[in-house]
Ligand binder design. Structure first.
Ligand SMILES: [Zn+2]
Length: 81
């Protein structure tokens, strides 16, 4: 005879799904609390709390760093065959 605990009933897929959903919700909540995102008061972009805004380069209303410069795609040079 097996001495392992044998489940008496098969686990319903919905029970598995709801347990997984609860796990995902708590994991997302933990991640959101860890990141501590906030809105930049100057430009309104989402940024990390207590960090310089990367979009406008301001912190507490002062210009701290150069704003992020978007890279423009360089024209592709055709290779002469
Ligand atoms: Zn900003």
């Amino acid at each position: 005879m097996s001495k392992k605990p044998v489940p008496s009933k098969k686990q319903a897929p919905s029970s598995t799904g709801s347990r997984h959903g609860a796990y995902v919700r708590t994991a997302r909540k933990k991640l959101a609390n860890k990141l501590a995102l906030s809105k930049c008061p100057d430009c309104g972009a989402t940024k990390l709390a207590h960090f310089v805004c990367e979009e406008c380069g301001k912190y507490n209303g002062k210009q701290v760093i150069e704003p992020r410069k978007f890279k423009t795609a360089e024209p592709v040079q055709e290779i002469a065959a």
